[in-house]
Every structure is written in C-alpha cells, then in structure tokens.
Design a protein around this ligand. Structure first.
Ligand code: MRU
Length: 339
C-alpha cells in the first residue's frame, strides 16, 4: 500500500484522517481536490507532500490537455496554489518545482517527472533507514514523534525506516510513539504502522517523553523533518524540541532522518522557517468534541524548530551530517549541514 500514487491519470491517496479505523483511498482528479486533501491532512508528511506537489502539477497538465486548454497556464496556476497549501515542509515547494522543470516537454513529461520523484522517494527512504541504523548501532529502546513512516512518504518512511531497519538487524525491545497532540499522528498513524510491521511499541502522551528519557528508559530518539535550514536547525512536528532538550540532557542520540530535499539551502537558520499556524479548534476539541470551556482560545503552531546544537546528526540518502551533539557520539567536531 502506498500513501500516495498515480493511477489512470489520477492521484490516489490513503485518507489519513480516517486511520487507523478505516483504510480508504481517495482518487483525486483535479488539483483543487488535492489541495483540499493537503490542507486537511488527508495526505501529509514532508515526503508525501513533495510527491503530492509534483503530482498536483501533473494533474493540472493532464486535465488541461484533455480539455484542449493551455497546459502551461494550467500548470503554472496549479503550482502557485499547491505551493501555498502548507508553508513549512520545503518538500512541497521542491516537488512542485521538479514537476515545473519538466513543463517544456508537455503534460507527459510532467507526469514522468512526478513518477520519477515518487520512485526516487522510495529509494531514498531505504538508504536513509540503513544509514540511520548504521549510525545508531544497537539501541534496544527508541522513541519517535509524530509520523515519519510510510504514510508520510510513498513507502517505508524516514524515522520509521530507521526503526524498521534497526529492528531487522537486532530486535528492538520497545518503540515509544508519542501521541502527538493535537492531531495524534503518533497514536493513530505511527502505532498503526508499527503494529502492521510487528515492531513492539507503546503509545505515550507527549508529556511523558521527557520523564522516560531522563529516567533511562530510552536509548535513542529518531524523528523526521519538514525543513532543515542550512545551519542544521530543524523544523518538525510541534513537540519535537522538547524531546531534543530531554535527549541532550540525558546524553542519548537525537537523530533527524530526512531526504536531501528537506534541506533548504535558501533558509539560513531556523529563524527563517515559517511555522504553520492551524485552526484553534484542533486544540480545543478532540475528535470533533469540544473539550475546552466556551470562550477558551488556543494557539496551534503545527511545528517547532530544534536548534542544530541539540541534534546529533541528520542522515539523508547520501550522507550523514554531524551537528551540534555529534562530538558526544563520534568524538568529531560539530559541522554545519551545508558543509
Ligand atoms: O503536520 P504533518 O502531519 O504533515 O507533520 C508531519 C511531520 O512533522 C513529520 O515528522 C515530518 O513531515 C517528517 S515525515 C517524513
């Protein structure tokens, strides 16, 4: 099962808002339908968003060709709207750009570029899993946040790719999935994926992680990323920063697993990463039921930025980038991600 795919000139996604209770696919024919799906997180996660960006441009080009309309104009309009759907994950803009670069070749070339990006994503995730497992060695108990698994990519995933590879090499005794308030990607999606893979796991509330880490219950933390600035500062799902602070205090590795496409050379530091602010109701309600008193307000940043100094390393499909805490793990001096 792929989180996102291309079939009969439509984009097919697993509707992640229904998981884990129902596995339903949506076939999306128009870019506007895909944009709605991105906004409501039916398709989500940095790498899946990259593929969605490219496939959204491909949808626009193919529909325009079918209707006898201007393919270039349709692709350019869709590209603008797709890139505005969510602001933080750099992969979305990258995917849109990759597809647009094929536009001079016409609609078929754009589809070809989107499919190539899909296939490259699967290969990248496999390589990231191996590189991450090489770096971490043989931890028995790992903790991950949000969902950086197959559902956040096309197949395999980044952080969960590392977890799966670790487990294949030497069985993990436990994987802790933080529930990830407010939309519960950890409790709903990561727990589902770990269950499917037969990897031992427990869901914990986000606030339990620091106590588990400082209590010696966790050997390593591995997370994905939505944007990595040139200096290594990393945006990921809100709550990631707290786990990084606890990991630094406890002296355990904090690994970021992400493809090269997540590194944004044009974003110098974390201060330049736009953080998506989502609807207050996501915090004030659970499963559609209001839990906060009438009149209570919320702030709902969807991501936070972990400074490079708290990160052991970023592993991509091509390289391992030692960051601020690398010296603890390897004895080497810290380096910037772009170097
Ligand atoms: O809001 P989401 O669910 O799209 O956020 C996803 C995350 O924060 C993931 O950890 C990140 O995209 C990495 S996925 C490989």
């Amino acid at each position: 099962m792929r989180a996102i795919d291309w079939q009969d000139d439509t984009v097919v996604i697993v509707d992640q808002t229904l998981l884990p209770h129902r596995v339903e696919h949506l076939a999306l024919r128009e870019p506007a339908e895909l944009i709605v799906a991105i906004k409501r997180l039916a398709v989500r996660g940095a790498m899946a968003l990259g593929v969605a960006g490219a496939m959204g441009v491909a949808l626009a080009a193919v529909r325009a060709r079918e209707r006898g309309e201007n393919v270039g104009a349709a692709a350019r309009a869709a590209a603008r709207q797709l890139a505005a759907a969510r602001p933080t994950a750099t992969n979305l803009f990258w995917g849109v750009e990759q597809a647009m670069m094929a536009l001079p070749g016409g609609a078929s070339a754009v589809v070809g570029a989107a499919l190539a990006l899909r296939d490259a994503d699967i290969a990248a995730n496999r390589a990231i899993g191996e590189r991450g497992a090489d770096l971490l060695g043989r931890p028995a108990r790992v903790l991950t946040h949000c969902n950086a698994g197959a559902l956040a990519a096309v197949e395999i995933g980044t952080a969960l790719g590392v977890v799966a590879e670790l487990h294949r090499r030497s069985p993990l005794t436990m994987t802790y999935a933080t529930e990830t308030r407010p939309l519960l990607q950890g409790a709903r999606l990561t727990a589902w994926e770990l269950g499917q893979a037969g990897i031992p796991h427990r869901v914990v509330v986000d606030g339990a992680a620091a106590g588990l880490i400082l209590g010696g219950e966790i050997d390593a933390v591995v997370v994905g990323a939505d944007r990595i600035a040139a200096n290594g500062d990393t945006a990921n799902k809100v709550g990631t920063l707290a786990h990084a602070l606890a990991a630094a205090r406890a002296g355990i590795p904090f690994l970021v697993a992400a493809p090269e496409a997540t590194i944004a050379a044009d974003t110098a530091t974390g201060a330049g990463i736009p953080i998506e602010e989502r609807d207050e109701d996501e915090v004030l309600s659970v499963d559609g039921h209001r839990i906060a008193p009438p009149g209570a307000r919320a702030v709902n940043p969807a991501f936070d930025v972990t400074p490079a100094e708290l990160i052991t390393a970023v592993v991509t499909e091509r390289r391992t980038l030692p960051l601020g805490r690398a010296a603890e793990a390897t004895g080497s001096a810290p380096q910037a991600a772009g170097s």
